[in-house]
Design a binder for this molecule. Sequence first.
Ligand SMILES: N[C@@H](CCC(=O)N[C@@H](CS)C(=O)NCC(=O)O)C(=O)O
Length: 220
Amino acid sequence: MKLFWSPISPPCRTVRLVLNALKINVELQDVDIMGISRLPLELIRHNPQHTVPTLIDKGFTIWDSHAIAIYLVQKYSSDQALYPPEPEKRAIVNQRLHFDTGILYPTLYNFVVPILLRRQKCINVSNAFGVKQAYNFVNAFLEQSQWLAGDQITLADFSCITTLSTMDYLLPIDEKIHSNLYKYLKLWQDFPQYDELNLQGVNKLGKIVQEKLIQTQFQR
Ligand SMILES: N[C@@H](CCC(=O)N[C@@H](CS)C(=O)NCC(=O)O)C(=O)O
């Protein structure tokens, strides 16, 4: 099994967390998503969108972190707890997965990409507001339970944590305003290999964003 990935990409870190939770070994191929070196031909050939994460498993190719995560649990896990089969429980997990695709990740993307690729010189107020609004939503999801879709960890958590922790690096979550969310991020710190599989990539992307902001401040 081969994964095209990048440590700075939140959806790639989600897939690494899921692979690790399911104890699946994978060959990793690092892709330069900042566009300095060329994309691997194998990725271009298999995924017309050229995005990471992309997984190739014995000739079967699948991309999009949410689709990959569901595939891995359904194909390789005897325990379906990460993606519970009961319709109501699964519906909640699905809602959170779509929330990540449709709201959380695009909010982070809109915040970061203009700084990384379009020479935006400072943090845009409306993009920062979007991040705070996303924090409000997730804080409300966590009113009833410690994990995002109930009392047990599910794929909903694996998907949203990588986006949320990246946002937290850039706009730190205020314990007084978003206390549930603040506790939720702390909860993850005990997760096996969380630092290696997620936080190292969060720090890497965070530092690149900070350096870009400093560089562009001094450019005309
Ligand atoms: N919804 C997708 C997002 C994938 C995505 O946008 N990946 C970015 C990196 S975070 C990428 O490959 N960007 C390079 C490109 O679009 O060419 C997922 O969850 O996997």
